[in-house]
Design a protein around this ligand. Structure first.
Ligand code: NDP
Length: 353
């Protein structure tokens, strides 16, 4: 079970600051040049200050991607992990904590170097990896990011960072080049991954619950774009009703750019790691309040089954649509799809005054 990310833990890591070795090398590295890592490493390299002569190494499992990055952005492609040995900070952005664990086993770094994990990971595995790195005198922070490939390209990411304060402070100047929108220190190691998993679950939950409401209204003959116009001027609005539903769902584009499979991975972390204690309480005790997070996971599992793990996460609305036999799309008033006359008054309800 996940131990608490308490303020005390943060205070303890603050005291450890004096014993930490000071980072000597200014060279840094980025491992994992995927949809997120590729543009993040470009910003890590491109936003160096003029007098900064340090090198940004890039390593990718498929080396040709690293070579391409080097020729495009002036980074230095490493063909083996050994070439990263002299780097003081090594960022990585890999699919899951499993790949992070595998790569960290093979990583040889100098004492006092820091691994900065931008993966949306699992806090339990992260703590394990951090303690095995600590045996080799390597530190770790977890700094997952939010903002998608578009934010990664523009540098407009938000990062939630966990770890020992001195390591967090050492990483922040580099992280700032990639996460210019916001960096929030959230606690000890694993806290970043815990917050990120909860954030993504909320994202999906808001999208799903708003769609459930819109489908119910559609069944009553109220067109979604009309309902959403009212909701967006009222207290039920959210980023999902203002942006995601009109742009991805009502348009039937479903092209936000984040796959269902990765979202299911994050929500599984939230349910099975972050909320494990709360969910166990629900199973053990009668009359507990219902828990929403496991419902989000069930819905995502159904969506992956119906659509595929590669499909856009906005397709999480598809199982809900399939159940009602309706589709949420714009222009519904025109084709009469939502013209169910449920709200027509019966003769005796009409006031003839
Ligand atoms: P991609 O699938 O685009 O990239 C994955 C990267 O990991 C590739 O560089 C791949 O290398 C590498 N990789 C995969 N398996 C291994 C392995 N066993 N050993 C070494 N390297 C490996 O993923 P994303 O960039 O989209 O996502 C990365 C992380 O960021 C995930 O945790 C995701 O949840 C998170 N994230 C993603 C967002 C998005 O919108 N895409 C938004 C916010 C967070 P290769 O080129 O050889 O395949």
């Amino acid at each position: 079970m996940l131990a608490a990310f308490s303020r005390r833990a943060v205070a303890v890591t603050k005291r450890a600051m004096t014993t930490s070795s000071i980072l000597k090398s200014k060279d840094v590295a980025f491992i994992g040049l995927g949809a997120m890592g590729y543009p993040m490493a470009a910003n890590l390299s491109g936003l160096r200050s003029d007098e900064d002569t340090s090198t940004v190494f890039v390593w990718n499992r498929t080396n040709s991607v690293a070579e391409k990055h080097a020729s495009e952005f002036g980074t230095r492609a490493a063909s083996s992990l050994d070439e990263l040995k002299g780097c003081s900070v090594v960022f990585m952005c890999l699919p899951t904590s499993r790949e992070v664990e595998l790569v960290c086993k093979d990583l040889v770094l100098d004492q006092g170097a820091i691994v900065a994990d931008c993966t949306s990971g699992d806090p339990i595995t992260t703590r394990k990896v951090a303690s095995s790195l600590a045996e080799r005198k390597i530190e770790m922070v977890d700094c997952p990011v939010s903002g998608g490939p578009t934010g990664a390209k523009s540098g407009q990411l938000t990062s939630m960072i966990g770890g020992p304060i001195h390591a967090v402070s050492a990483v922040e100047p580099y992280l700032k080049r990639m996460a210019q929108k916001k960096i929030v220190q959230v606690g000890s190691i694993g806290a970043g991954h815990a917050v990120k998993a909860v954030n993504n679950t909320l994202n999906t939950a808001h999208l799903a619950i708003a769609s459930e409401g819109l489908l119910a209204l559609a069944e009553l003959g109220i067109a979604p774009e009309v309902a959403i116009e009212a909701i967006n001027g009222s207290s039920g609005r959210s980023l999902q009703t203002e942006e995601r539903i009109p742009k991805e769902v009502l348009s039937r584009e479903f092209n936000y750019g984040f796959p269902l499979g990765l979202m299911l991975k994050d929500v599984t972390v939230a349910v099975d790691s972050v909320c494990a204690k709360n969910n166990a309480n629900v199973r053990d005790k009668k009359d507990q309040m219902p828990k929403f997070f496991p419902l989000v996971k069930v819905l995502l599992e159904k969506a992956v089954e119906l659509e595929s793990g590669e499909a856009d996460y906005s397709r999480v609305v598809r199982p809900l649509e399939a159940e009602t036999g309706l589709e949420l799309h714009a222009g519904s008033g025109v084709d009469g799809k939502y013209d169910a006359p449920i709200y027509e008054l019966s003769e005796k309800e009409v006031f003839h005054g």
